[in-house]
Design a binder for this molecule. Structure first.
Ligand SMILES: *[C@@H]1O[C@H](CO)[C@@H](O)[C@H](O)[C@H]1NC(C)=O
Ligand SMILES: *[C@@H]1O[C@H](CO)[C@@H](O)[C@H](O)[C@H]1NC(C)=O
Ligand SMILES: *[C@@H]1O[C@H](CO)[C@@H](O)[C@H](O)[C@H]1NC(C)=O
Ligand SMILES: *[C@@H]1O[C@H](CO)[C@@H](O)[C@H](O)[C@H]1NC(C)=O
Ligand SMILES: *[C@@H]1O[C@H](CO)[C@@H](O)[C@H](O)[C@H]1NC(C)=O
Length: 502
């Protein structure tokens, strides 16, 4: 599977796209863990640890009973949805409410403890609340992943959950029209943030949508086009030479994918199992591509996602093929792997598994959402893609059929409907900030130009996925610092305008 967008770590915001390969899942998992650690550190440094006195009120964690199907009140099934509340900064009773929206992974208490939205909440004395997405993390019934039960997983149900959470919080704290709500999200939840404002303007006054792929796309060929551009972008340590070497290495690998040579590939790239069926060949080349895709999408977020370093290896190695071997083993060290799983059968059985995993990214759930709403298949059939053309739309759509019995035509129609329903990359709304980084491949599906005076696009030079969502750091590049200032100043302006227009 592809590396999805995502990272909600603290925001673990990871978006995954989808290519179905195993490495993508490993990368997402790792980034998820790292983000947690990062949030942790930032949170404790805010408290002044290890020297300062830890005088903080722990966040409230709770479970809200929600209808499983908001759109059929005769179905009385329910599930319990996890939320967090941080009252630490709140100016009672009229202070604003900042809502952090969860996405395709488990959330944690850090969703109300660290990150850009927490810094803004401190400044504006806001009540911080966060809601985990249905079917992810702990917000799922025990049988939730069966084919029968997963039907009620959708962005539309998720938005209805947010409306019902708004009611719950309003009642709990006796909120009124004077409490101005602003929502935040990054990656898929970035889209939800924009859509919550779009569809429920009476509930939320403004939204920040970071790295939000609001335009659904069946065949997301532009993802790898941006990856190619980033690999040749000198601003982040790429070069034309690097891109050429990557292309060459994949040509060589492709030429070796026949029974006479595969055993060399298995050995050189530490495959856990022999490459048997043609499906394993696809899995194998996708796994190799995932390393580059992950490095670009999460550039500089972790020691393993570093375009500069990867390009140095590719360029300095004796040959393109040797470079690819080095990059692969560097990746394995980073994740802590002794071999790479290239079995297509294994990949499919992982996605078929209905066992609930309360931590990390919900891979089965997310693939289901790609099949029923978004597509986002990160294919490689166009010449702009530097990796193997074995990664076709067909191989990815086949998974929808294989895993969820959803035929390709239905996926196609669902993607079209999603764009019709939400307005794709021209949503007609107001008071939304769309923030993107030009290195992040997902920016290709987001809003990059101002749509109106209050639907604003901020496009950051040199940053990757959801860079603005983490806590501010002194190491932030000037372009990111400037973006943070613009976001903060818009929020201040909107909060002032909410007060005067009451
Ligand atoms: C749920 O609905 C079923 C039939 O529609 C009914 O038998 C059952 O009593 C309902 N349960 C609750 C808790 O209302
Ligand atoms: C909300 O209002 C009710 C009734 O006026 C009161 O009993 C309750 O304590 C209030 N709750 C909060 C959190 O202020
Ligand atoms: C691949 O196999 C062919 C013979 O089938 C051989 O000539 C060639 O050297 C092999 N390639 C590599 C890189 O070993
Ligand atoms: C977009 O809107 C922002 C805020 O109003 C403004 O500062 C910026 O100049 C606009 N950008 C363009 C390209 O018009
Ligand atoms: C992006 O930043 C780099 C320096 O880090 C600069 O050379 C380049 O011109 C900038 N690009 C744009 C479009 O501003």
């Amino acid at each position: 599977m592809m590396i999805a967008l995502r990272l909600q770590l603290l925001l673990v915001l990871l978006l995954g796209g989808a290519d179905g390969a195993w490495n993508q899942r490993q990368i997402r998992k790792k980034i998820h863990q790292l983000r947690r650690t990062e949030n942790f550190k930032s949170f404790y440094s805010r408290l002044g640890f290890p020297n300062g006195a830890p005088s903080y009120v722990p966040p409230i964690e709770g479970l809200l009973t929600q209808p499983l199907d908001h759109f059929n009140r005769r179905n009385n099934d329910t599930y319990r949805q996890r939320y967090w509340i941080n009252e630490e900064f709140w100016k009672r009773p009229d202070g604003p409410v900042f809502l952090f929206i969860g996405g395709e992974s488990a959330e944690s208490e850090f969703s109300v403890l660290a990150g850009e939205h927490v810094e803004l909440a401190q400044k504006h004395r806001a009540l911080l609340v966060a809601l985990e997405h249905r079917y992810y993390g702990a917000s799922i019934n025990q049988d939730g992943l069966t084919l029968e039960a997963i039907r009620f997983l959708s962005s539309q149900q998720a938005l209805a959950d947010l409306a019902s959470f708004h009611l719950f919080i309003s009642q709990k704290y006796n909120l009124t029209q004077k409490n101005t709500w602003i929502c935040f999200g990054g990656s898929y939840p970035g889209s939800l943030s924009a859509w919550f404002r779009l569809k429920f303007p009476h509930l939320v006054y403004a939204a920040v949508a970071s790295s939000a792929p609001v335009r659904a796309e069946l065949d997301f060929t532009d993802y790898n086009k941006v990856v190619a551009e980033s690999l040749s972008d000198p601003v982040i340590g790429g070069s034309t030479k690097c891109l050429d070497r990557v292309k060459e290495s994949f040509r060589i690998v492709d030429s070796m994918l026949h029974p006479g040579n595969v055993s060399i590939l298995e050995k050189d790239f530490s495959s856990c199992s022999p490459l048997r069926a043609p499906e394993d060949y696809v899995e194998f080349v996708n796994n190799l591509a995932d390393i580059f895709m992950g490095a670009v999408q999460y550039n500089m977020e972790s020691p393993g996602s570093d375009v500069r370093k990867i390009c140095e290896h590719m360029v300095n190695a004796e040959s393109a093929y040797e470079g690819l071997k080095i990059v692969n083993s560097m990746y394995m060290d980073f994740i802590g792997l002794t071999c790479v799983e290239n079995s297509h059968e294994k990949s499919v059985s992982d996605l078929r598994d209905t066992k609930i995993n309360p931590v990390g990214v919900g891979e089965r759930q997310w693939y289901y959402q790609t099949c029923t709403e978004f597509g986002y298949y990160q294919t490689c059939e166009q010449s702009s893609c530097p990796f193997s053309p074995l990664n076709t739309l067909k191989t990815q759509l086949d998974l929808c059929k294989e895993i969820f019995q959803i035929p390709p035509e239905s996926v196609r129609q669902s993607v079209q409907f999603t764009n019709e329903f939400y307005g794709a990359d021209h949503p007609k709304s107001s008071r939304i900030i769309f923030v993107n980084g030009d290195v992040d491949p997902w920016h290709a599906l987001s809003v990059l130009k101002n749509q109106s005076r209050s639907e604003i696009a901020i496009f950051i030079n040199g940053t990757a996925h959801c860079a603005n969502m983490g806590p501010s750091r002194t190491s932030d590049p000037p372009s990111l610092q400037k973006a943070r200032e613009e976001i903060a100043s818009k929020i201040s302006e909107w909060l002032r305008s909410a007060e005067t227009t009451e």
